[in-house]
Design a protein around this ligand. Structure first.
Ligand SMILES: [Zn+2]
Length: 166
């Protein structure tokens, strides 16, 4: 595409025609500032409708969803410090649910009571299409690195501490 054309692109939202801004492209369509979010929302909902809800969604889907969620929670305000990057790069186990979608993401949290070691938890998040929000459905411990004191006991970590001395 030529530079001249880039500068003269117009918003593709029906009936708008204002000059489109750089960085407001969605799925190869150009939008003006006020129509970037509705354009993004529409593109995401179209991808959502296309997705079978079982297989892993496409990178395009993840990108649109990540950008959409980022817009809904501006200035890094997603719950539990979730971020667009984490959603796009690290989310797994995507599935469609009646209210929207769910995905899992592994998080590494510091376990203060254990004076420092990192706790790994698997969080299951749900995004509601109507409510337009993210909610934590479940959080499960994956691994606790406890400096090798004991490693083989398959106990939930909340009970593990009392067993250290055994
Ligand atoms: Zn527009």
């Amino acid at each position: 595409m030529e530079k001249g054309q880039m500068n003269e692109r117009h918003c593709e939202w029906a009936g708008c025609g204002r000059q489109a801004g750089r960085g407001w492209d969605v799925d190869e369509k150009s939008y003006c500032g006020p129509h970037y979010f509705p354009g993004l929302e529409r593109a995401f909902l179209e991808e959502y409708a296309r997705w079978n809800g079982e297989s892993e969604p496409t990178d395009k889907f993840k990108n649109l969803f990540g950008r959409y969620a980022e817009r809904l929670y501006p200035a890094g305000g997603m719950p539990d410090k979730l971020s667009r990057g984490r959603i796009e790069m690290r989310a797994t186990a995507w599935k469609k649910v009646p209210s929207g979608l769910e995905f899992s993401v592994e998080r590494h949290l510091t376990a203060y009571r254990w004076s420092g070691p990192v706790r790994t938890v698997n969080q299951e998040w749900r995004f509601g299409l109507q409510t337009k929000d993210l909610s934590l459905v479940r959080e499960q411990e994956v691994i606790t690195r406890k400096l090798g004191i004991f490693t083989s006991m398959a106990t939930p970590s909340s009970h593990a501490r009392s067993r250290v001395g055994l």
